[in-house]
Write a protein that binds this ligand. Structure first.
Ligand SMILES: [Zn+2]
Ligand SMILES: [Zn+2]
Length: 474
């Protein structure tokens, strides 16, 4: 009857994709100083014919051995390596970081060899294509994009051209000190460092960030994805005729401008539980949109009372994410008055959606129906009470057969508590297993539900209304 929540799976996929670019796997591969020194102290190895031999999987040119040998440092300076990359692959630890450290190593190399500076073949770093020069620019753009956005954690990803990565890896493996930090991790670190200088509060995380930033190393394009936030609560629907989730207009399929039949709203029903709760919150948090994840759902014409139905509201791309929940509850209260009620809300994680969706709770209902021609109320009451504790066989109801596979469900009527008569109308309170079709239990759906109230009374039953009195969750 209503649309299933959309976009959930897509979003998870998207997240996976992000993870591919993310910095999660750049764990530092720097080696300790001791290890580096012992590398130099290695006993002289046997020479092979020819100039090169295999050294840790790569050919070593002894005119330019790997860093931190002075000849190695001189070689990478000659081929144009920038101060950032020099620091990264030199294998020399210094108190300075980044380019300052590289500059110091360069000065030292120049003082060893006065000719060196004139032998540099290009001012274009073959390891990073001068990407480190763009760090400030990248960070400015990230912070500019996020200037109005609340966030305390960021996850960074950088996308670099494959050929650059391969070339960088080749040079670093051949001339760099063993265990040198790779380009991707080093750039992400440099970005972190630069951001920390401007905002010391921000945390860099490898999962569940407030914002994800993807930088394209080729075009320097910066994509910022503000991650959704989640609110858990329980709603009571105290007015009939309201669908749980937003329901697009049947005529125009919910296009933004709507049509005549939906008076331009794009909606089949102007109100929904989703929007009565979600819209005031969306507006307060300057968010893009919401998704609504309920613990099951009631039909449009069914109320939901008691302590209400558990739900998770997903707030997408919120600009603000730090408002007190009490304020949000207050906003819902004024917007949804007389239709939907929420007593409290709490922040939760995406995980809560599954918890809510997978929960199978018993429910207590109150249902009123018309059954003409009952002459003996006592006997009728006994017949109805005889259903208490019985197992129902319910074929997929006619009214939902267009969207549900045909099958027979077995559901238990846990108990029937009250039976009231008023002229030719009957009201009963009953508790059922999750997934029981309660209206069908009364009118039998042309015999598709067995047994049924209609069958035990021997009178045609017509449902007047149904309320969910309690969802026995938790
Ligand atoms: Zn470089
Ligand atoms: Zn329409």
């Amino acid at each position: 009857m209503q649309l299933d929540p959309e976009g959930e799976d897509d979003e998870l996929d998207q997240e996976d994709e992000w993870q591919l670019y993310a910095s999660a796997d750049y764990a530092s591969s720097e080696i300790g100083l001791d290890e580096k020194e012992s590398e130099e102290d290695k006993p002289v190895e046997t020479w092979f014919d020819g100039d090169d031999f295999d050294f840790e999987g790569s050919a070593v040119n002894w005119d330019s051995p790997p860093c931190p040998a002075p000849l190695g440092i001189a070689h990478v300076i000659k081929i144009g390596v920038c101060d950032h990359c020099l620091s990264r692959i030199s294998g020399i630890r210094s108190r300075d970081i980044g380019s300052d450290s590289g500059a110091a190593i360069r000065d030292e190399a120049y003082s060893r060899d006065r000719e060196l500076q004139s032998m540099i073949i290009q001012d274009y770093c073959p390891l990073c294509e001068n990407l480190f020069d763009d760090i400030e620019n990248i960070v400015d753009r990230v912070l500019e994009t996020l200037s109005d956005t609340d966030f305390s954690t960021i996850q960074f990803g950088i996308h670099l051209p494959k050929d650059l990565l391969q070339e960088e890896d080749r040079i670093r493996t051949k001339y760099g000190a063993p265990g040198s930090y790779h380009l991707k991790g080093a750039i992400v670190e440099a970005i972190h460092e630069r951001i920390r200088e401007q905002d010391s509060e921000v945390d860099f995380v490898k999962e569940k960030p407030d914002v994800m930033v993807l930088v394209d190393g080729l075009t320097l394009r910066v994509d910022v994805d503000v991650r959704p936030i989640f609110l858990y609560g329980r709603y009571r629907k105290i007015e009939r005729g309201i669908p749980q989730t937003r329901w697009p207009c049947r005529a125009c399929r919910g296009r933004a401008v709507g049509c005549d039949s939906c008076e331009g709203t794009g909606l089949q029903y102007v109100d929904s539980v989703q929007d009565l709760i979600g819209e005031p919150i969306r507006e307060a948090l300057f968010a893009e949109d919401t998704s609504f994840h309920g613990m099951g759902r009631e039909d449009i014409d069914v109320r939901c009372l008691g302590t209400g139905r558990p739900f998770v509201l997903e707030v997408k791309s919120p600009v603000k994410r730090k408002l007190p929940v009490e304020d949000l509850v207050e906003m819902v209260r004024s917007k949804a008055a007389g239709k939907v009620e929420v007593d409290e809300l709490s922040w939760c994680t995406r995980k809560k959606i599954n918890e809510v969706k997978q929960s199978r709770s018993e429910k207590t209902y109150s249902i009123r129906f018309k059954a003409e021609g009952i002459d003996d109320y006592e006997k009728a009451k006994e017949s109805i009470l005889s259903l208490s504790g019985q197992i129902l066989d319910q074929e997929t109801p006619k009214r939902v057969s267009h969207r549900r596979a045909a099958k027979t469900r077995r559901r238990k009527i846990i108990s029937i508590e009250n039976v009231y008569f008023e002229d030719d109308e009957v009201e009963i309170t009953l508790r059922c297993e999750a997934g029981t079709y309660v209206k069908e239990l009364v009118h039998s759906d042309e015999g598709r539900t067995k047994p049924s109230v209609q069958a035990v009374l021997g009178k045609e039953c017509e449902v007047k209304w149904l309320d969910v009195l309690e969802i026995h969750a938790d």
